[in-house]
Design a protein around this ligand. Structure first.
Ligand code: SF4
Ligand code: SF4
Length: 368
């Protein structure tokens, strides 16, 4: 297992230029340098030199991070900030009572069995190889990685299958575990490694793409591999944009789109919306700005999270759209948090949907 000292060179590469301040959603709200990468690296440098103790006070600032990677993508020194923060959290939390208790909750015996129970309750009865209506001898083989949220709220999974049944695809299902993101961002590396090895072993089959319905799952799965060794991934909405589909809505609908931080690119959106009839798209201001949720970030920093979510909610409402679409269940929660913080939840704000769930509401979907 790596330790903080293994990242000494990366931490020293931070030139303290401060450019990360201009993109960090937490810094924009708090104005606190300890909340952004630069400040965190100053503290971690102090830890490595032995001047500071890796304790509660530093952990508080390590937790003040959405793991949105906006600073990583902007940093001139190209430092993988989130990995360093996660390792520092792991190093601090592993021996604390709270750290041990969280590990117990996230263990296979507790979290794993809870998910297995949810899977059984919400099973679609199609585990194994689910053949959609095949129209050729060589359907596209899609290995479907359904995120954990589908085990509890299976609507997106059901809607995805409803649409994909119409395509020339073979949807392959395996008993995947969680992608591991909650464990990784909480610093529970042992558990992350456990689910990673479980999931990697299940990739031992023939497929063209790993199909995902959640941007965060996809980005975590990609992190299992070196960039040049990764299999091909595609999110469900992007795949639909490549298909010769006509998606008909009888009545006009206005939509806007929130780009999750972990979605690499939203370039597929135009192509997908062009396949829809009666849909008009209104781009919201800062459509790629974080929703402020980020799982445990919202629990540990409720006020900052609510402020970020409020800005997102305002931008959504300003579009006057009927629906705001996205590709990550955590963002759905973040937008609802924003509506609540803004006090508009009861005022009929734009409905929040995963884009797949929205498309499944179409009056007709035709493969041409
Ligand atoms: S942008 Fe990168 S190099 Fe500059 S202060 Fe932030 S983390 Fe350090
Ligand atoms: S990952 Fe996001 S929230 Fe965390 S320090 Fe970087 S920009 Fe700020």
């Amino acid at each position: 297992m790596k330790e903080l000292k293994d990242f000494a060179d990366d931490i020293n590469r931070c030139s303290k230029c401060g450019l990360c301040q201009s993109v960090c959603p937490v810094y924009k709200i708090t104005g606190n340098d300890c909340a952004v990468s630069r400040g965190k690296f100053v503290m971690l440098e102090g830890v490595l030199k032995g001047d500071l103790k890796l304790g509660k006070n530093i952990e508080k600032y390590l937790d003040m991070c959405l793991k949105c990677e906006k600073c990583k993508n902007f940093c001139p020194s190209g430092i993988d900030v989130c990995e360093i923060f996660n390792i520092a959290k792991y190093q601090y939390a592993k021996d604390t009572f709270r750290g041990k208790f969280i590990k117990f909750l996230e263990s296979k015996a507790v979290f794993g069995n809870f998910m297995n129970l949810m899977k059984k309750i919400h099973s679609t009865g199609r585990d194994g190889k689910f053949s959609a209506r095949t129209k050729s001898a060589h359907p596209v083989k899609l290995l479907y990685f359904k995120g954990c949220v589908n085990n509890i709220f299976p609507k997106v999974e059901k809607d995805l299958k409803k649409i994909f049944e119409k395509l020339d695809v073979e949807l392959i299902e395996k008993d995947f575990d969680c992608c591991g993101l909650p464990f990784l961002s909480g610093g529970n590396y042992e558990r992350f490694e456990e689910v990673k090895q479980h999931n990697l072993a299940l990739l031992d089959c023939e497929f063209d793409y790993i199909l995902t319905d959640c941007a965060s799952c996809e980005s975590t799965l990609k992190s299992y591999f070196k960039p040049d060794e990764a299999p091909k991934f595609i999110n469900a909405a992007e795949f639909l944009s490549t298909q010769n589909l006509k998606i008909k809505f009888n009545k006009p609908v206005k939509v806007t789109f929130h780009k999750p931080c972990h979605l690499e690119s939203a370039d597929f959106l135009t192509g997908l919306l062009n396949r829809c009839e009666n849909i008009s798209y209104i781009e919201m201001k800062d459509f790629d700005e974080c929703c402020g949720f980020a799982g445990e970030f919202a629990l540990k920093n409720p006020q900052i999270s609510a402020e970020i979510a409020k800005n997102k909610a305002k931008n959504i409402i300003d579009t006057g759209a009927d629906y705001v679409l996205t590709t990550c269940p955590a963002c759905v929660a973040g937008i609802l948090e924003g509506y609540t913080a803004l006090g508009v939840l009861h005022k009929n704000p734009p409905k929040v949907k995963n884009i797949i769930e929205f498309l499944a509401k179409a009056d007709e979907i035709i493969l041409e």
